[in-house]
Design a protein around this ligand. Structure first.
Ligand code: URA
Length: 452
């Protein structure tokens, strides 16, 4: 087999065999396929698309390119969740403890934030003492004790994705649904899950800006899961506005604790999305028969304090100080809290998630590049949500600041994020659609559209 023939084949839009896809992926990882040939092939994928069968074969080849986590020592169905990334998106810290409190086994590897989006690892590390750099064996031991553990991704996992993603970043091949779907799902499959709940974000602060693209990504990932024997459900949720009120690492841990303490009412976007995600985790994990039963169980886990206890148990098992779960305000002590006030009176028509994410990152809550250090205490807490009325000079948000250097630029951006208008606005739904094996099934051999 020759890589150049496979590039030609994809350029002509012809479907590739599993062996051909495996040849390219394993050759790229072992160095026998050079990066210029992998780049050319990925560009051909961008322009020509792939069938669902090819995407599943690509995912499998990537997942098998390195170590595969074996969770068979743990009893029960192991359920993972993944969010495609957003602002104020603290769903793992709420839904994973709820699912574990309801008896679902959750052994999960998470990522860090980059750019305007947050990452679960940075949030966990905001809690003093927490060490997320654990071996798979340590993760399994913690799950045996608590039913729940979230750690950083092991370095030997899915090397193909690491190499391909680095190449995509510099060759204009990031925005291809077959490549995005196989990148996300190969990491989930290598991490050992039996079942996966996906939260695909759409809107101005998301990777998938339109509902149509989010729907296509969701269906593609659900199809991959089903083809590779993992039950998979995807929710498509809104990321035009930040999901939670808090944006910033310690602030988001506090937000998660408030939801788990039962202090946040139904109708709150973060609470509602988390309850739905955990309900699907319960269904896939065999802990509930239908969505109504699953939601009730999730609500009971909040009301009884069982889910909050799970979070505290996990934090302590990771070496963290559990008292920060009881008093999360200790995580957000800063030199100064700046009050962001509205210049005009009116209705909040939108809050741009991207702008709020970038404004928070400017204060030190996020990274512009991987090596940047983050400040766990800083960030932004929204005091008004979309649909609410604000008076002139009334508070829109609180900005938690340790270093004033970027405050002027950050506060100007945060103010610009709020669109205030005379007329009230329609508040968009937080959950647009649920994509399951049944409604995503379509024709598994059909072509996944090219990006152009
Ligand atoms: N997240 C991933 O893990 N991979 C992509 O390609 C895009 C988002």
């Amino acid at each position: 087999m020759r890589a150049v023939d496979l590039i030609n084949k994809k350029r002509e839009g012809l479907p590739m065999t599993d062996d051909e896809i495996r040849f390219l992926v394993s050759g790229f990882v072992d160095g026998s396929v050079p990066d210029y040939q992998m780049s050319a092939w990925m560009m051909a994928v961008c322009l020509r698309g792939m069938t669902h069968h090819e995407i599943a074969a690509l995912t499998n080849a990537m997942a098998c390119s390195g170590a595969m986590v074996d969770l068979s020592d743990l009893s029960g169905i192991k359920v993972d969740k993944h969010s495609t990334g957003g602002v104020g998106d603290t769903t793992t810290l709420v839904s994973a403890p709820i699912a574990a409190a309801c008896g679902v086994t959750v052994a999960k590897m998470s990522g860090r934030g980059l750019g305007h989006t947050g990452g679960t690892l940075d949030k966990l590390e905001a809690i003093p003492g927490v060490n997320i750099e654990r071996s798979v064996d340590e993760m399994i031991e913690i799950v045996k004790k608590t039913g729940l553990c979230v750690i950083g991704q092991s370095s030997g996992l899915d090397p193909a994705d690491k190499l391909m993603y680095a190449l995509r970043d510099v060759t204009g091949t990031v925005k291809s649904i077959p490549l995005i779907a196989s990148s996300i799902m190969s990491k989930k499959i290598a991490a050992g899950a039996d079942a996966i709940v996906l939260d695909v974000k759409t809107g101005s602060g998301a990777f998938m800006e339109t509902l149509e693209r989010a729907r296509e990504l969701a269906a593609t990932m659900v199809n991959i899961g089903e083809k590779l024997g993992r039950r998979t459900v995807a929710l498509i949720t809104d990321m035009n506005c930040p999901l939670g009120r808090a944006v910033g690492n310690g602030l988001e841990v506090a937000d998660a604790v408030y939801v788990l303490r039962g202090e946040v009412k139904r109708g709150d976007p973060l609470r509602d999305v988390c309850v739905l995600i955990s309900a699907y985790m319960l269904m896939l994990g065999g802990a509930a028969k239908n969505i109504g039963e699953a939601k009730n169980a999730a609500e009971r886990a909040i009301a009884s304090g069982a889910a909050l206890n799970k979070l505290r148990e996990m934090v302590e098992a990771l070496g963290g100080n559990g008292s920060f779960i009881d008093e999360p305000e200790k995580l957000t002590r800063v030199k100064r809290i700046y009050e962001l006030k509205s210049r005009a009176a009116g209705h909040v028509r939108s809050i741009n998630a991207l702008d709020i994410g970038v404004a928070s990152a400017m204060l030190g809550a996020g990274r512009a590049k991987k090596s940047d250090k983050i400040d766990p205490a800083v960030g932004i807490v929204l005091k008004k949500r979309v649909g609410e009325y604000v008076g002139a000079n009334e508070l829109l948000a609180l900005m938690y600041v340790n270093d004033d250097t970027s405050l002027e630029e950050s506060s100007a951006l945060a103010l610009k994020a709020f669109e205030i208008g005379e007329k009230p606005t329609f508040v968009p739904p937080m959950v647009y659609e649920t994509v399951t094996a049944e409604n995503a099934a379509c024709d598994l051999e059909s072509a996944c559209a090219p990006i152009l």
